[in-house]
Design a binder for this molecule. Structure first.
Ligand code: B4P
Length: 189
C-alpha cells in the first residue's frame, strides 16, 4: 500500500491535486482540514474547539488531530493507497503518523512537497475567499496561516528529508502540468 503525504503551504494545491490523485489511482483520502470543517458543521465538541483555532489561522492542537487521524485510518484497511492531505503539519504529527503506520506494519512512501511563491499563495486564497465561504480565506487570516506554516509546519520538510522521502515539486503552473509531475513521483515509489 502506498502512503502519500501531500504537503505544502496553504493554497499550494493540496486539496486540488488530491482530487486528481483519487480520480486516477482510486486511493483513500484523509484531509484533516475537511474532517475539521465537517466537525464544525456538525457542531461537535471537536468542531467547537477547532473553530477558534482555524479562524485565527492557527493549528488545532496535535493531540486532537492525532486521535482523529488514528480512528480515520481504520476506514482504509483495504485501500491500495492513502493520500494524507494537510497532515502532518508539525514534526510531532509526523512522528505520530510514523508510529500509527508502524503499528499497522507499514510506513510513509513519499512526501510530495508543493513549492509555490508566497504572493501566489495569497492571490489564490484571496480569490478562493470570494466564493468559498471559508471563514479563514480572508487576508488577515491568510497572513496568519502563512506565519503558522513557516514557524510550525515547514520543519516537517526536514523530518522527511532525513528519512530520504522528500520529493520537491514545482507547484506553479497549470493544475494538469503539476499533476503530471506528481504522477511521476507516485509511479516511482
Ligand atoms: P486545509 O483545509 O488543509 O487548507 P489549506 O492548507 O488552505 O489548503 P487547501 O488544500 O484547502 O487549498 P489548495 O491548496 O488545494 O486547512 C485549513 C485549516 O485547518 C488550517 O489552517 C488549520 O487551522 C486546520 N488544520 C488542518 N489540518 C491540520 C492539522 N494536521 N493540524 C492542525 N490543524 C490543522 O487550493 C487553494 C486554491 O488554489 C484553490 O482555490 C485552488 O483552486 C487554487 N489552485 C490550486 N492549484 C492551482 C494552480 N496550479 N494554479 C492556480 N490556482 C490553483
Amino acid at each position: 500500500m502506498k502512503h502519500i503525504v501531500l504537503f505544502g503551504p496553504p493554497g499550494s494545491g493540496k486539496g486540488t491535486q488530491s482530487e486528481n490523485i483519487i480520480e486516477k489511482y482510486g486511493y483513500g483520502h484523509i484531509s484533516t482540514g475537511d474532517v475539521l470543517r465537517a466537525e464544525i458543521a456538525n457542531k461537535t465538541d471537536l468542531g467547537k474547539t477547532a473553530k477558534d483555532y482555524i479562524n485565527k489561522g492557527q493549528l488545532v492542537p496535535d493531540s486532537l488531530i492525532i486521535d482523529m487521524l488514528d480512528k480515520k485510518l481504520d476506514d482504509f484497511v483495504n485501500a491500495q493507497g492513502i493520500i494524507f492531505d494537510g497532515f502532518p503539519r508539525t514534526t510531532a504529527q509526523a512522528e505520530a503518523l510514523k508510529q500509527m503506520l508502524q503499528k499497522r506494519g507499514t510506513d510513509v512512501s513519499v512526501m510530495l512537497n508543493l513549492l509555490v511563491p508566497e504572493q501566489e499563495l495569497i492571490d489564490r486564497l484571496v480569490k478562493r475567499g470570494e466564493t468559498s465561504g471559508r471563514s479563514d480565506d480572508n487576508l488577515e487570516t491568510i497572513q496568519s496561516r502563512l506565519n503558522t506554516y513557516n514557524n510550525q509546519t515547514a520543519p516537517v520538510i526536514d523530518y522527511y528529508k532525513a528519512e530520504g522521502k522528500l520529493a520537491n515539486i514545482k507547484g506553479l503552473g497549470t493544475v494538469s502540468g503539476i499533476f503530471e509531475l506528481i504522477c511521476e513521483h507516485i509511479d516511482a515509489v
